[in-house]
Design a protein. Sequence first.
Length: 413
Amino acid sequence: MVKVVVLVCWIGLIGMTSFAWAQSESEAVGPKATPVAGAWLQADSDGVVRVAPQDGPIRFRGWIDGGYTYNTDTPSSDFNGPYNAIDRDVAQLNQLYLIAERILPSGDGNWGVGGRVDLLWGYDYFLTQSTGFERDSDGSPGWNANRYGLALPQIYAEVGSQDLSLKLGHFYTIVGYEGVPAISNFFYSKSYAYQFAGPFTHWGGLMSWRPSSQWHLQGGVHRGWDTLDRKTKNRPGVIVSADYTSDSKRWSLGGALTTGDEPSARRNDVDTRTRYSVIAKLRPFERIEYVFHHHYAFQKEGKLSGGTSRWYGIDQYLYYTVCEHVKAGLRFEWFRDDDGTRVSGSSDRGNPNRGSFKGSFYSFSAGVNYRPHPNVVLRPEVRRDWFNGNRRPFDDGKEKNQWLAALNAQIQF
């Protein structure tokens, strides 16, 4: 029944947005069409047709994202090794994502009050949960106990302007490259850095300042990695970032760091955990973009035997715009789990490929983003994983490598 409802929704959304897009295209012939205030089913500045008006005090938008990943090993458990995202050799409805937002005014002395609520229903809810909110304070499953679930990855209020603002509540981390929202990632599959290296969200406060068109500075305090409240000691952490973009937009460089006390390997205890990431982007030609992402983290008393655990790595991305509707991409990643404390399939998911996996994980992905319509993206992908370490993390403990082929589709509304 769920599959039928999803299929009907997808067909309906494609039909409505295609009709509205065709109307906006025909109206744009000759003098450029002016958006109608309060209009429904109207194309925005990117050509995406929004079901709800985008000029009111509160704006609603969202997307549907789903796909299928084929594992050539066809593991009996259906799990693609120790993954915790896009982790099964089965079709998935990953994200039915809804956003309600009141945006802050632009600068020039204007200020106001805004906020945002994000709602995610689907298979991807798992990694966006917070301890003490969706999960119980002891980390056990809370209101989600099935394959599909509901999470609220962002709930915040903010005051100020788009140049200087203060955000209070629940928000996505500013550390790392890939993120939770499907529309912000080129590839359907996820990097190891995304799945195992850092936090996904924080509860706390975050200041944002744009002193010029080149600089963006952020800093704040939070209650931990993916945590509102937990039974172990709950102490505040710190998060900061600085990003610089050249006037030509040909290159940018940014860095972010978060540090604070997080659960250690000692039972019911916490100790210092720190992670930083550095992201460099280069666009040497109009059609080519290169992204370099380096990250490093450590946890004091993170090893069961005592001592500091470490994990780090490098992700590299190369994108090429073939034409208006097609963009190709490559991703190569090295992720080092020095002490076997990070990479593991989740027991809550029923994944049998559980750590520890002490060693280096590598992955290479090749994919395409095809936009037959501004609201629709098709993302085919081929991926190779291999592991240099002490165990066999793939095919339910039988292999040190695997091949995956995936097809994903997104529809914005």
